[in-house]
Design a protein around this ligand. Structure first.
Ligand SMILES: *[C@@H]1O[C@H](CO)[C@@H](O)[C@H](O)[C@H]1NC(C)=O
Ligand SMILES: *[C@@H]1O[C@H](CO)[C@@H](O)[C@H](O)[C@H]1NC(C)=O
Length: 270
């Protein structure tokens, strides 16, 4: 509520000053998030056409809002600099663009300037899977080429610093198909390459790695545990100890009768 109130208050003041022809056009700077304190963003005196000698006497000051001193101004030089740590993901969450709006106020004469500062993303977050281990049941009867969706990782960074690709650990049974859904979302599926046989392998453990596009890239992993499910494909075998072999002797007697009938006598001797 406070944030909205402060924000709308400044919009209102700006509107009022603009209607009184006291406001100048907006200037826009950009600065990288997580930069050092005192990193210079730009020279406001120069860019707002203010005489640097008038800054102190004119009680020039910056209003940040949000109870944060993200930016401060050096009244001797007119330089706007970073006042405290800026975490883009904390300010703008997953938004693709992130602009902080601050106001600069000069008095004698009273003037109000609006300054926009684009906060540029750095690759300070790694891809993260929602779970540590993902279980998958696949029956032995699954076909070559069958597909199995895998969990997606998320990355708090945006653009090039978000997830670009997935990689699967070396194994004999599956390949990975990575789909890039229009650059915004990348997902992956397991594709069966070789028939599964529970009698040979009951569990297949794989590692799926999500990789972002940062320089250097960051990555995150999830363990994929495939349980090979039985489809009862083996005829039962009986052990010698439980079942005694019974010798069978067969004695057939074929007798030709009148007519087309054939009579067979079957004598089983144990
Ligand atoms: C796999 O199968 C077992 C046994 O039927 C079941 O308990 C388990 O929930 C299944 N797991 C998944 C991920 O479907
Ligand atoms: C088979 O059956 C016939 C007639 O019942 C009998 O004569 C013969 O001896 C039998 N043969 C054997 C090997 O048991």
């Amino acid at each position: 509520m406070d944030v909205i109130f402060i924000g709308s208050f400044f919009v209102w003041v700006l509107f009022l000053l603009c209607s009184l022809d006291l406001c100048a056009g907006q200037i826009v700077y950009s600065v990288t998030e997580e930069g050092n304190k005192a990193t210079v963003v730009g020279n406001v005196a120069k860019d707002l056409n203010l005489n640097v000698n008038d800054l102190q006497s004119g009680q020039f000051h910056i209003v940040n809002g949000l109870n944060k001193n993200y930016f401060e101004v050096n009244l001797k030089t007119g330089e706007l600099y970073v006042g405290e740590r800026i975490d883009r993901e904390n300010i703008c969450l997953t938004s693709q663009t992130c602009t902080l709006n601050i106001e600069a106020i000069a008095q004698n004469p009273l003037r109000l300037f609006s300054i926009g500062i684009d906060i540029l993303d750095i690759n300070d977050n790694s891809p993260l899977f929602p779970i540590k281990t993902y279980h998958l049941n696949i029956t032995e009867s699954a076909f070559h080429g069958d597909r199995f969706p895998l969990p997606k990782a998320s990355d708090a960074d945006v653009g090039i610093n978000s997830i670009r690709s997935y990689k699967l650990s070396q194994n004999d049974y599956f390949s990975l198909d990575v789909q890039n859904n229009g650059g915004h979302s990348v997902s992956a599926e397991l594709v069966l390459q070789k028939a599964l046989d529970r009698e040979k392998m009951t569990v297949i453990t794989l590692i799926l790695t999500a990789i972002d596009g940062g320089k250097p890239p960051r990555s995150g992993i999830v363990e994929i545990v495939v349980d090979v499910v039985d489809v009862n494909d083996n005829t039962p075998t009986f052990s010698q100890q439980l079942y005694k072999r019974i010798p069978l002797r067969l004695n057939f007697t074929f007798k030709r009768r009148t007519g087309p009938h054939i009579l067979a006598h079957l004598i089983v001797k144990c």
